[in-house]
Design a protein around this ligand. Structure first.
Ligand SMILES: C[S@@+](CC[C@H](N)C(=O)[O-])C[C@H]1O[C@@H](n2cnc3c(N)ncnc32)[C@H](O)[C@@H]1O
Length: 273
């Protein structure tokens, strides 16, 4: 067993891992992720005492969001099998083990305290390494070989940044990785505001850290104003899940303009010329 002590935003990676592993352990999971299940078994952390009992609906939603990111990476690797996938704020994501093609290069850019945990549990290997650096320190771009295509992912990161930082980070990717893309997720403004009021709390007393950046679905095209090289921004819908909510209600919410922001999360891709 390995002890993991994290707090604040880095601790949220444990919530994601816990929920992803829970869904992966269901009889007909929407995500196949044995590595996540293995990690939860290896980590000495009071998951349930910290976050409360798993809400199966949230766990499935988390896994479906992960599938959306996986599909975007698979599409990229199909077109650029020797390309580079840069995973900003990867936490203890196990995407490499789900989608790697045996040829691509993977670079994870993480805060030092999280990078230490990741390296301990998922040691670097020849084509996959972890850089201990804030994603806001754009010098990470110098570590990337752009010659065979670049896809940057930011899953569960941008909402924790301040709006000007989000803009600078997106612009920094667009400026350097022409022909590449950024896949990211966002929470709607009402959700962001609730976290800023500190009232996203579980019964066990876990409070979601503040998420200063909220983006409503109707504002997605504003992303294009961050840099002239951003030529296309579009939402990536979640794949259909099990049961009435993720099988019918969620897909419907995504299609009705007045209801789209009821969804607590949205995933999108910004492409660069
Ligand atoms: C919600 S977790 C997401 C982890 C992972 N992407 C996932 O979906 O499971 C938030 C992550 O953001 C990382 N993080 C926060 N601020 C960061 C920054 N400025 N640069 C890089 N990573 C950051 C934390 O260390 C943590 O791993």
């Amino acid at each position: 067993m390995t002890s993991v002590e994290l707090s604040g935003v880095p601790q949220t990676l444990l919530w994601n891992l816990y929920h992803r592993a829970y869904e992966a352990g269901q009889p007909s999971p929407v995500l196949d992720d044995p590595k996540a299940i293995e990690l939860v078994e290896r980590i000495d952390h009071p998951f349930e005492e910290t976050f409360g009992a798993v809400n199966p609906l949230l766990a499935q939603g988390q896994a479906l969001r992960v599938r959306t990111f996986d599909d975007a990476v698979r599409d990229f690797l199909a077109a650029h099998p020797d390309g580079t996938v840069v995973t900003l704020a990867e936490g203890l994501e196990t995407q490499f083990w789900r989608v790697d093609n045996g040829r691509a290069t993977w670079l994870c850019v993480e805060l030092p305290e999280t990078a230490e945990v990741r390296r301990r549990l998922l040691p670097d290997e020849e084509r996959r390494r972890t850089l201990a650096r804030s994603a806001l320190d754009l010098t990470w771009r110098d570590e990337v070989d752009p010659s065979r295509g670049v896809l940057v992912t930011a899953q569960g990161l941008l909402m924790y940044l301040r709006p000007p930082q989000v803009r600078q980070l997106i612009a920094g990717c667009a400026e350097r990785f022409g022909g590449g893309a950024l896949v990211f997720d966002a929470v709607p403004r009402w959700f962001s505001e609730r976290t800023l009021r500190g009232d996203m709390r579980t019964q066990e007393g876990y409070t979601t850290p503040p998420m200063p950046w909220g983006l409503n679905a109707g504002e997605l095209q504003n992303i294009r104003t961050a840099h002239p090289a951003i030529d296309d921004v579009r939402e990536l819908p979640l794949p259909r899940g099990r049961g009435a909510y993720y099988g019918a209600v969620w897909p419907l919410l995504g299609k009705v303009p007045g209801l789209r922001n009821l969804r607590p999360t949205m995933t999108a891709i910004a492409r660069f010329t």
